[in-house]
Write a protein that binds this ligand. Structure first.
Ligand code: BGC
Length: 522
């Protein structure tokens, strides 16, 4: 639901098309018939990802403070599709030993999860700390160490402490200091156990989709600026004060849908697609990964021009000082990338209903899905594996040989253990990663499946399922059960190859997407 609200607002054509699709996921994509027998290199890092708010539950235990998601959803149950909240979620706070066990069963050597900022610092500021919250993460890290699994910790995966959100969240420059204090504490307290950090998960989605559209608490514009500065300061802090003795790496996770021009020969559509990429990904990536630093020139030009036309005295996009440009340039040891889907972009020809000013109006593209691409679950996620390879190439072409860690990739449906569609999704998307590595020389260092467990999917609540493991949200035990996609992923990790025949869908009664009941009786 997260992006559907957005897409609806910009007038895109979104039609749930699942039942009409007659082809298997793979059969809808190019480059699929001839499969080379590529291998993932020995050093390639395979992992699974989760996020604190989506699985932990225990929303008010052990002295935890409230995050914006606790507060807003308690006040407005209607913000989620099923009127649910994250109070218990998958209850990983109590079931973390079981969760480490299933991660180990998958054979992956890396686990990416996030710290809940208000579980550690209940008010968001570092004058008050929760001993129980800190102990919880030490216990989880110890469990991972014993299972020989390397922790990859995200400091901020959207659960902003409510008292800080009340101050305006990322549109308030003071957030840079609060984040830095939190990061310093995390590095000091956990830095001997955690050697791979990411500062933030998907700044774009957090601000644009949730804070702006759903919760209406942020104005469009300035947040990118302060999130970037907070990230860069945390990176430099680690580099100077912690790296010499802790010897870890710090990065950031950015997200992007791939954007293809709707009409690949129309210059206006080609421009629209590139405008979208720059406004969505370039705005965060260019200051960090480009050789010249700062915002992409196109983004600067668009927002400055629109600000002038909208009678602002100064641009809505703040200006980095020379020192800040240098601070940001190179402030990441890898490119954390989350990718799920592709959209078709065209130059708008009808009156769109965008708010002015807004990110949508600045970006000025019409977004559509290709109706030939399957949509197995939430309406924003259609399956088009080649978009992944194109995105990886775009990153390489713009930012050179930076090591890319795919920190999230996965697919949602509406449940069922025999998740053949998810098996195909992983096979087909991972194959595109191999093509990018072997044919295009893109430097991909690792891959994390999203996600270990069915979880609280933000405004979808528990309606859509991304997990390799099912969670029974009706049982007090929150029982976990393995899906076929977990077996398939384990096989890929073990063999370091994709075996497209490993799990084959038996003759389907109804192509290609079945209800959970049907899936389980095939
Ligand atoms: C987020 C996850 C989310 C996933 C699927 C990503 O944008 O980082 O938290 O669950 O998408 O919606």
């Amino acid at each position: 639901m997260r992006s559907s609200s957005k897409v609806a607002k910009i007038g895109a054509v979104l039609v749930s098309f699942s039942l009409l699709c007659l082809a298997h996921v793979a059969a809808t994509t190019e480059d699929f018939d001839i499969k080379e027998d590529y291998e993932f290199p020995e050093a390639f890092k395979f992992g699974v990802s989760t996020a604190a708010f989506q699985i932990e539950g225990a929303w008010n235990e052990g002295g935890k403070g409230e995050s914006m998601w606790d507060t807003y959803i308690h006040e407005h149950p209607e913000y989620t599709l099923d009127h649910s909240n994250g109070d218990i979620a998958a209850d990983s706070y109590h079931k973390y030993t079981e969760d480490v066990k299933i991660i180990k069963d998958l054979g992956v050597k890396y686990y990416r999860f996030s710290f809940s900022w208000p579980r550690i610092l209940p008010q968001g500021t570092d004058n008050k700390k929760s001993k129980d919250g800190i102990d919880y993460y030490h216990k989880l890290l110890e469990e991972l160490r014993r299972a020989n699994i390397t922790a990859v910790v995200t400091l901020f995966h959207w659960d902003m402490p409510t008292p800080l959100m009340d101050l305006g969240g990322w549109s308030n420059p003071k957030m840079v200091d609060y984040f830095l204090d939190y990061a310093r504490f995390a590095f000091e307290e956990f830095g001997d156990e955690v050697k791979i950090w990411t500062t933030m998960n998907e700044p774009h989605q957090h601000c644009y989709n949730y804070c702006y559209y759903i919760f209406s608490v942020l104005q469009s514009g300035t947040y990118a600026h302060y999130m970037l500065l907070a990230h860069a300061k945390a990176y430099r802090l680690y580099e100077k004060e912690f790296k010499p003795r802790q010897n870890g790496r710090v990065g950031i996770t950015l997200d992007a849908f791939w954007a293809d021009p709707k009409n690949s020969t129309d210059p206006l559509d080609i421009e629209a697609a590139e405008r979208y990429r720059q406004m969505r990904l370039g705005i965060y990536a260019h200051p960090i990964y480009s050789n010249i630093g700062d915002y992409p020139p196109l983004v600067r030009e668009i927002i400055d021009t629109n600000s002038r036309l909208q009678n602002f005295t100064r641009s809505r996009l703040p200006v980095f000082s020379k020192e800040e440009i240098e601070l940001l340039k190179g402030s990441s040891d890898f490119f954390g990338l989350n990718h799920y889907t592709t959209y078709l972009m065209s130059h708008p020809t009808i009156n769109e209903t965008w708010t002015i000013p807004s990110w949508d109006h600045d970006t000025f593209v019409r977004m559509e899905q290709n109706l030939a691409w399957p949509i197995p679950g939430a309406d924003w996620l259609s399956v088009y594996p080649p978009g992944f390879r194109k995105l990886l190439n775009w990153i390489k072409n713009n930012y050179g040989d930076v090591p890319i860690v795919i920190t999230e990739n996965g697919m949602c449906d509406f449940g069922g253990l025999k998740d053949y569609t998810r098996v195909s999704y992983y096979n087909d998307y991972l194959y595109q990663v191999l093509l990018a590595m072997y044919k295009d020389n893109v430097n991909v260092e690792g891959y994390f499946a999203w996600t270990l467990l069915d979880d609280f999917e933000w405004t979808d609540g528990y309606a859509t399922k991304f997990g390799l493991y099912e969670v029974d949200f009706d049982s007090p035990e929150r029982t976990r059960r393995k899906k076929l996609s977990a077996d398939n992923y384990r096989n890929i990790v073990e063999k370091r190859k994709i075996d497209f025949d490993y799990i084959k869908q038996p003759k389907m009664k109804k192509l290609p997407y079945q209800t959970p009941e049907e899936e389980n009786t095939v």
